[in-house]
Design a protein around this ligand. Structure first.
Ligand code: UDX
Length: 441
């Protein structure tokens, strides 16, 4: 008989995982402790913007016309315990307030609730990003006869559905053959399509995730450090990245210089990793991550300085600054630790009149930074602007007509914080175009 799967926590990771499991053919029950989320999901909608996710939900959520009916949602732990052969724990692990360490309270609460209802013989699979050593501690909370496995998730926001259905690898930390066998059954389809299946122990599985994110953060901060040197030496970091990227030991991806990384993962994961290494007495091994973090934060400050310089080098008081982009990256409505909003906020605090526009992030941005100005379109945002900052590389911004925008601003100066606009096009339309880590031209 086909395995029955539950997914605990229906945020980014959980909602996508639940829909993907239904797409793979399993009966799935998703649980969240927030009733409003369950209500929304049960009608096939999600509380965030993620391309393709609502379509996938509509294909499977029970009660939606024409759906497979394989996916349901609940707030009842009893129902989850009675239903599931395999339980995926997908709750979030944010950064603790005022500390580097990660907040395990949602994971701990989920395991405590699950331990009270899980059937003997079931498998619990942790997917949340946790400090190394957590799986061993959590395994001890489960009743006898219930195994644990750790199966980190590598999905990117904006590509969550595709990354989950076609993962570039599946990593499972297990203690016994049965857990491995069950997980091979769950992932038979992607593995059949060629995703490598890496079996390891608990600590290694936990570390794979934090190591991967640390490497990605390092790559971005490396190229941003090169941008700093290029700025000092009048070099061109975009050309430099292109040239070193041809070496396939280095690779061309994740070498886009700009205002740096943000979001709900990379920043908090490298900080939690440092905190955990410290607890383990291995803090020296990760002191470089402190540098990665500070290079990253420095780029935001550099963008503010570029804007100040573009306005004549003095104060922002009374100057109008248009900000294109609020989310931490395009194709997402996520504004957590967004470099774009951080830059906008810094300029606002220094007296600038900031107007922000983002294709999908307006609602979240307004909630987080209620005192900034907002506009309903790029054209509205730049109206009367003394300088335009391009801070999240949405396709919509790349496709803007610089000639049309030029008619609305008070000065044609655009600063590209993502190295993504077509410099020649903007210059041809009479704009002063400047980008991070590149010559003034
Ligand atoms: C990341 C990891 O990529 C993913 O594997 C993990 O599961 C979760 O964390 P995500 O947070 O969705 O995914 O974003 P990602 O695409 O990695 O981008 C992170 C940040 O880096 C964004 O702010 C992006 O703008 C920035 N970035 C990315 C750069 O500044 N330059 C680059 O070259 C690439």
């Amino acid at each position: 008989m086909a395995l029955k799967i539950t997914v605990i926590g229906t945020g980014y990771l959980g909602a996508t995982h639940a829909a993907a499991m239904a797409e793979l053919g399993f009966e799935v029950l998703g649980l969240d402790v927030v009733p409003e989320k369950i209500e929304l999901l049960s009608s096939g909608r999600v509380p965030m913007y993620e391309p393709g996710l609502e379509e996938l939900l509509a294909k499977h959520v029970a009660g939606i016309e024409g759906s497979s009916g394989r996916l349901r949602f609940t707030t009842s732990w009893e129902e989850v315990g009675a239903f599931g052969d395999v339980h995926f724990v997908c709750v979030n692990t944010p950064q603790k307030h005022g500390e580097y360490a990660c907040d395990m309270s949602y994971v701990d609460a989920a395991f405590a609730s699950l331990a009270g209802v899980v059937r003997e013989g079931a498998l619990v699979v942790g997917k949340s990003t946790v400090p190394v050593g957590s799986a061993e501690r959590l395994a001890a909370l489960l009743p006898a006869g219930v195994e644990l496995a750790w199966n980190p998730e590598f999905l990117r926001e904006g590509f969550a559905v595709d990354d989950t259905l076609h993962p570039d690898r599946i990593v499972v930390g297990v203690r016994g053959e049965r857990a491995e066998k069950l997980l091979r059954e769950v992932y038979a389809v992607p593995v059949g399509e060629g995703s490598p299946f890496v079996v390891t122990d608990f600590p290694t599985a936990e570390l794979v995730k934090t190591a991967a994110n640390s490497f990605l953060a390092t790559k971005i901060s490396f190229i941003n450090a090169m941008a700093e040197v290029c700025e000092a030496a009048d070099g061109d970091v975009a050309k430099l990245a292109e040239a070193i990227g041809h070496d396939d030991r280095i690779g061309a991806k994740f070498l886009r210089a700009g205002i740096g990384f943000g979001g709900g993962c990379l920043p908090k994961d490298i900080r939690a990793f440092m905190a955990r290494a410290g607890e383990l007495g291995a803090d020296q091994a990760l002191t470089f991550l402190r540098e990665i973090d500070s290079i990253n934060m420095r780029r935001r400050g550099q963008m503010v300085e570029m804007a100040r310089e573009a306005l004549g080098g003095n104060s922002f008081l009374g100057r109008r600054v248009a900000v294109l982009g609020a989310t931490f990256k395009p194709d997402s409505d996520d504004v957590r630790d967004s470099p774009a909003l951080n830059v906008a906020g810094q300029i606002h605090l220094q007296g600038g009149q900031v107007t922000v526009y983002d294709p999908k992030g307006m609602e979240n941005a307004r909630r987080l930074f209620p005192t900034l100005g907002y506009a309903d379109s790029a054209l509205e945002a730049v109206r009367g602007a003394d300088v335009v900052l391009h801070l999240t590389e949405w396709r919509e911004f790349r496709e803007l007509d610089p000639a049309e925008l030029g008619g609305a601003v008070s000065a044609r100066i655009v600063l590209d914080g993502r190295n993504a606009l077509d410099a020649a096009r903007w210059r041809a339309a009479g704009w002063t175009y400047r980008a991070m880590g590149r010559p003034r031209a």
